[in-house]
Every structure is written in structure tokens, then in C-alpha cells.
Design a protein around this ligand. Structure first.
Ligand code: TYM
Length: 384
């Protein structure tokens, strides 16, 4: 049978992603049942994203946990490209990172790549746009509630100059043919964008401990290069834990897109918009009439409301399995499943927004004045 076509790069996700094939193509490891159990032992209930296979792939996660157990420690790194409002998928790695920090009390570095989003020409963003979105997005991230003394948010256009000596050392190790083959750069690519991978690698080298990077699997190509060069610079190879993509509301293929607002729910969407989007646009795995549905049941595997509950909004294992069973048997109707999702998303967004208002006064701690931020701004990168 011909393999289905899909594309996953840091800038593009199209088609219906075959995650097993991505593991093979990217050369990562599936998270085995043993490794998942080990993480569950540490994270407790908050490991549901791992247990359910939402975080499904990794690099060297076992070595990170070894280092943790031996008392060597490790640190976390994740990021956001401020190209517009953040949707539910964008915030998932940050909540997961918070769960890890809460349990393990490790440092977290968050890179805001305003430079990347300016250089990515097809987005057509002005420099001012990227600055505005950086401010907005940082507030969304602050709302997640990471420890302000142990979390450093580095906005590239502000911090990269300070770290330039180490960035130069990274850049000199990456030759153009590697960058071209990993990222598909061509003669049309601007030189800023060609240099940019050195900048996304930087935060993985901010400590001499092992770095664990939670994100969706689209960002992995950077870590492939990082792992080729880190040891020669005296650092550890980056470890990563990769998630699947929360699918667009409109169906299991492609990704949520800012140019098609009906595909995504944004953290800024109000209650009415949430309701409208879910009732109008969420792809259903139910049957075309109530009678048929009662007779044949729905298909949770392609039903986006079910998938959203499973992937993020219903952490309770027993509840989600009840929903699955009732939906498959046709006892739960499409409209009722959508009601459950609307209720969950609305509550989540209410709580998130409340935290966002409280977080306004904390942003300076993440960026400049918290203990980790101060340490980083003081650090002499010519000696890294
Ligand atoms: P960005 O802004 O495209 O995405 C931010 C984070 O969200 C993840 N993501 C998703 N996760 C689940 N479901 C989805 N539908 C979904 N869409 C996006 C991304 O994988 C990412 O983790 N270049 C990066 C910024 C960056 C970064 C990093 C990200 C810099 N350093 C280190 C992760 C780790 C970017 O533009 O991400």
C-alpha cells in the first residue's frame, strides 16, 4: 500500500501525520511502556500526556532520568515563535513543562524567537508585528505559572547580543550543506534565516547539565544538529520529548492555522467564539442522523472533540474511557460530546485568562529580575 503523503518541518505541517514513520525518518525513539512508567513514577497524575501517547517519542529521555536520579540534575528548554495569537496546541508544551518543573524543581529556559518570525519571509510580518506578538505571547506563557525564580524567558532580539560569543561558536560548527539538507534552505533563503539555527540551539547550551526539550515533534530537526555539535563544544547532547499535534478543529489532517481561524481555538477567544467554532466547525466522527448514530455508534479516532478531550482537556482516565465507550456505542451523541468539550475549553480559558491577568506583574521576573534571569544576564558568554 502506498504511504500517505505528509510533511512535518519546523515551519510546515500538512497532511495526516504518520507518527510511526516520523520516528523512523527523524531517527528518534518511541517512548516504551517501561520509560512511560518511569516518568509516571516521577510525575504522578500529570503524566497522563505520556501515558496516553500524546508525548510519544524522545531522544535520551532515559539518560535525563538517570541524571536526575543520580543527583546530577538537568534543565528544561522550550519556546515560542511570536507570529500571532497562541492557540491551544502552542500552549500544551508549556503546561507540560510546568508539570515537570513542579515535580522536579529544575530550571526552565523559554526562547521567544521574534527574530525567526521576522526572518521567515512568507509570514510577511513587520518587525513591529513580531515585537507586539512577543509581548502578548510572553503574557500567555507567564499565565502558565512557571517558577519565576527558576525560569528565564529570553526574547531573542534582546538577549542574543549578550550571548553572541557562544552563538558564534555554535555557528562555526554548522556547515551549509548540513543546514541545507536538514532545513531545505535554497538560494532564495535570506542569510538571516540561514544563520538562525545557531540561535535556536543556544538555550540548549546554557548549562553544562543535560537539557530536556519538550515540544511537538516539528522542532526536532534543530536538535539533530545540536546533537552533532554539542559535545565538541563541551556540552551535552540535547534530549527531547516530542508530542503529537493537537489536530485542527476541522479534521485530523494539517495543522491549526492563523489564516483559517475556524481551525483553531485561541487563548484569547471569548465564550461565544469557542461555542461557535466547536458547534459549527469541529469535525465529527458521528453518524449523519441520530437514528444511525444510536444504531452504529461514532468513531472517536477521527472525532476531533473526542481527540481534544483525550489529548488535553480530560485528564481523568476513567472519565475519558467512559466517554469513548458511550460514544462508540452510540449512547453519547455528537452534540453531547461537543457540549462536553465546550464546557471544558471554556473553563480552561477562563482559568487561563484569570492567571494571565495576575501574571502581568511577574513578567519582569521571568525576563530580567528573577534569580535565573539575573544569573543569565550576568553570565560572561565569552567564557562559555
Ligand atoms: P511555535 O511557535 O511554532 O510553536 C510553539 C510550540 O508549540 C508546539 N506546537 C504544537 N503542539 C501541539 N499541538 C499543536 N498543534 C502544535 N503546534 C505547535 C511547537 O512544537 C512548539 O513547541 N521555532 C519555535 C520556537 C522555539 C522552540 C524552541 C520551540 C525556539 N526554541 C525550543 C520548542 C522548543 C516555534 O516557532 O514554535
Amino acid at each position: 500500500m502506498a504511504e500517505k503523503k505528509f510533511v512535518v518541518t519546523p515551519w510546515e505541517v500538512t497532511g495526516e501525520v504518520d507518527y510511526d514513520r516520523l520516528i523512523r525518518d527523524f531517527g528518534t525513539q518511541p517512548i516504551s511502556a517501561t520509560l512511560a512508567k518511569r516518568l509516571e513514577g516521577i510525575m504522578g497524575d500529570s503524566a497522563y500526556l505520556v501515558k496516553r501517547g500524546i508525548f510519544f517519542s524522545h531522544r535520551d529521555l532515559n539518560m535525563v532520568l538517570d541524571d536526575h536520579e543520580k543527583g546530577k540534575g538537568f534543565f528544561l528548554y522550550t519556546g515560542r515563535g511570536p507570529s500571532g495569537p497562541m492557540h491551544i496546541g502552542h500552549i500544551l508544551p508549556f503546561y507540560f513543562t510546568k508539570q515537570l518543573q513542579d515535580k522536579l524543581h529544575v530550571n526552565v529556559y523559554i526562547q521567544i524567537t521574534d527574530d525567526e518570525k521576522f526572518l521567515e519571509e512568507k509570514r510577511n510580518l513587520s518587525y513591529e508585528d513580531t515585537q507586539k506578538w512577543a509581548v502578548e505571547n510572553i503574557l500567555e506563557i507567564a499565565a502558565v505559572g512557571l517558577d519565576p525564580e527558576k525560569t528565564f524567558i529570553l526574547q531573542d532580539t534582546e538577549f542574543v547580543g549578550h550571548a553572541y560569543p557562544l552563538i558564534l561558536k555554535i555557528a562555526r560548527k554548522i556547515n551549509y550543506s548540513t543546514a541545507k539538507s536538514v532545513f531545505g534552505f535554497t538560494g532564495e533563503t535570506n542569510v538571516g534565516f540561514s544563520f538562525y539555527p545557531s540561535i535556536q540551539i543556544l538555550p540548549s547550551l546554557l548549562e553544562k547539565k543535560r537539557c530536556l526539550i519538550p515540544s511537538a515533534i516539528d522542532q526536532d530537526p534543530y536538535w539533530r544538529i545540536q546533537r552533532d555539535i554539542a559535545e565538541s563544544l563541551g556540552f551535552h547532547k540535547a534530549a527531547a520529548i516530542h508530542s503529537k499535534f493537537i489536530p485542527p478543529l476541522t479534521g485530523m489532517a494539517d495543522k491549526m492555522s492563523s489564516s483559517r481561524p475556524e481551525t483553531a481555538i485561541y487563548l484569547t477567544d471569548d465564550d461565544k467564539t469557542v461555542k461557535n467554532k466547536i458547534y459549527k466547525h469541529a469535525f465529527s466522527g458521528g453518524q449523519s442522523s441520530i437514528e444511525e448514530h444510536r444504531k452504529l455508534g461514532g468513531n472517536p479516532d477521527v472525532d476531533v472533540p473526542f481527540q481534544w478531550l483525550y489529548m488535553f482537556f480530560e485528564p481523568d482516565d476513567q472519565k475519558i474511557e467512559e466517554i469513548r465507550t458511550e460514544y462508540k456505542k452510540g449512547q453519547l451523541l455528537t452534540g453531547q460530546l461537543k457540549d462536553i468539550l465546550v464546557e471544558k475549553v471554556t473553563r480552561f480559558l477562563h482559568d487561563h485568562r484569570e492567571r494571565r491577568e495576575k501574571a502581568r506583574d511577574r513578567v519582569h521576573l521571568y525576563k530580567k529580575d528573577g534569580a535565573l534571569a539575573r544569573e543569565m544576564w550576568k553570565h560572561d558568554f565569552s567564557k562559555s
